[in-house]
Design a protein around this ligand. Structure first.
Ligand code: 3NM
Length: 210
């Protein structure tokens, strides 16, 4: 079973001029223990180049590497898994394509979370907890109550996502999350490693991380 505490996702708009791999390495050094390549703007060739470079990086640190949306790309770079949105390919089809690789899916309501679990997802995203500008088509915030609902009803790992900052993560953890994901707060930080360390400290201090 895939498990992790701090999920780092790429978002180049937040670190203009900085090298993607360097930024993600800083996140890993701070304690991020799973990485997702998510890119809505690059050309196909650029995506392949970046996705391969992150594969090398995540192998170096021995942590799971997930590609967003694009099953072909995930297979081409031998990622450890794929992350799907509600509008993407159904889980059954993704499973046929990726075999035993990790399949994650974004959920925004308990019915979606239950369905993902029944259909064999390995983990789910639960969010957006708060409003976020990072995801153009994000649904309205689901709030902390959704985190508690998922924690109480779903057995597969779930990660809280959407507008999560160091300033609000305590209440996300108290609502029941033991894994969190942040894009802008991590990759947009002037101190990526320090920010990740601080997230880990908060997860630990709530007794959720060994
Ligand atoms: N998925 P930030 S919210 C990629 O709710 C993504 O499924 C979401 O970025 C979901 O940490 C989101 O900067 C964006 O708010 C998260």
């Amino acid at each position: 079973m895939v498990d992790f505490s701090l999920y780092a996702i790429t978002g180049e708009n937040f670190h203009p001029g900085r090298d993607l791999v360097e930024v993600m390495e800083e996140a890993i050094l701070g304690g991020a223990d799973i990485v997702q390549f998510r890119d809505k703007t690059s050309s196909k060739a650029e995506m392949l180049h970046k996705a391969k470079a992150l594969r090398v990086l995540t192998r170096k640190y021995g942590i799971p590497y997930i590609v967003n949306d694009d099953v072909e790309l995930a297979l081409e770079v031998d990622a450890d898994g794929i992350h799907l949105g509600q509008g993407d390919m159904p889980i059954e089809e993704a499973r046929r394509r990726v075999g035993g690789k990790i399949i994650g899916i974004s959920t925004h309501a308990l019915e979606e979370a239950r369905l993902a679990e029944q259909q064999g997802a390995d983990y789910i995203g639960a969010g957006p907890v708060y409003a976020t500008k990072t995801k153009a088509d994000a649904v309205s915030p689901v709030g902390l109550s959704y985190i508690t609902e998922v924690a109480e009803n779903i057995s597969i790992p779930f990660v809280a996502i959407g507008g999560i900052k160091l300033s609000n993560v305590d209440e996300v953890i108290r609502a029941g999350a033991r894994r969190v994901c942040a894009i802008s707060e991590i990759v947009g930080s002037d101190d990526v490693t320090g920010t990740c360390r601080a997230f880990i400290e908060k997860l630990k201090s709530e007794g959720m991380r060994e």
